[in-house]
Write a protein that binds this ligand. Structure first.
Ligand SMILES: Nc1ncnc2c1ncn2[C@@H]1O[C@H](COP(=O)(O)OP(=O)(O)OP(=O)(O)O)[C@@H](O)[C@H]1O
Length: 274
């Protein structure tokens, strides 16, 4: 039996002591935005632990503070109170241990798909040889299905293709934690499904800890080990957590056919409607 999981400490299972399983620890997290009408407390007393190799999706009403939380984990938005740590190390700013995929991938439009991915690889692996760095960029572009489009400029790529580059770029820097802010929100449902499959295929292989915001309940269930529900703001916190106990690898059909699928779905929709 798993008896204890604590940040920076060990946990014991069947009497054996193991290193901590916690990758990401959010403790008593608080965020205040100053506004002309006074301070706006977006998040307060927010506590969440995410384990190594876990895929967590975050849902909550628009404006509750999901992006605020993710951007603080990314180190792009200062913390007003509490702590965030990655493997026990406090987050004080952005770093290569955390990769981010936004809704719009913000590529350099004049650069090719290959150059866009290489940009991050060059920064994170300055001591690798040029050939090694090129191989990393090519490997991930192939993984996202862009082998024929390496040398197209970002400005010549469709939105779906640009997001493929965004996914390749994020995985190519080999982060410990991947943070995804509604990465498929702007895509049609077919492309969305394709990119979900690509994302989960690479994640299955690399087992990076992933935290993804989505507004889509089906996407939240399909991808996640746990779905984290945030309460509505102000002073939003974690309202509920639902463990998704489906085997991996998953297919859309196996998930939809599973007897627990509609129970999970109802749980999430009930939370969002109350
Ligand atoms: N820089 C800022 N200054 C003041 N208020 C802000 C700032 N950024 C966000 N907010 C406010 O904080 C709240 C949370 O915003 P946030 O973007 O984190 O929510 P969200 O849950 O990601 O929303 P959505 O689902 O619509 O993307 C909102 O009320 C927003 O207006």
């Amino acid at each position: 039996m798993n008896t204890l999981i604590e940040q920076n400490k060990t946990y014991t299972e069947n009497g054996i002591v193991y290193p901590s399983k916690v990758m990401l620890d959010l403790s008593e997290l608080k965020k205040v935005y100053p506004t002309p009408k006074g301070d706006y407390v977006v998040l307060e007393d927010l506590n969440l632990q995410i384990l190594k190799e876990e895929f967590v999706t975050i849902i909550g009403h628009s404006g509750c503070g999901k992006t605020t939380m993710l951007s603080m984990i990314a180190g792009l938005n200062p913390i007003s109170g509490g702590n965030i740590s990655v493997l026990g190390k406090p987050v004080t700013g952005p770093g290569p241990d955390r990769g981010v995929i936004f809704q719009a991938p913000s590529l350099m439009p004049w650069m090719t798909a290959f150059q866009n991915v290489l940009l991050g690889v060059d920064q994170v692996f300055p001591h690798a040889t040029k050939n090694q760095r090129h191989d990393i960029a090519k490997y991930y572009l192939q993984k996202v299905g862009l082998e024929k489009d390496f040398h197209k400029k970002a400005s010549e790529l469709s939105q779906g293709m640009q997001q493929r580059v965004g996914i390749a770029r994020a995985f190519a820097i080999k982060p410990k934690v991947l943070l995804l802010d509604e990465p498929f929100g702007m895509l049609d449902s077919l492309t969305r499904g394709e990119l979900q499959d690509i994302l989960i295929e690479i994640w299955n292989k690399e087992k990076i800890t992933a935290v993804m915001i989505t507004h889509d309940v089906d996407e939240a269930i399909f991808l996640a080990d746990r779905v984290v529900m945030m309460t509505s703001g102000p002073r939003a916190k974690i309202g509920d957590i639902l463990a998704i106990d489906f085997d991996r690898p998953r297919t859309r059909k196996s998930v939809l056919d599973h007897e627990d699928y509609y129970t999970y779905r109802k749980h999430l929709i009930d939370f969002l409607e109350h």
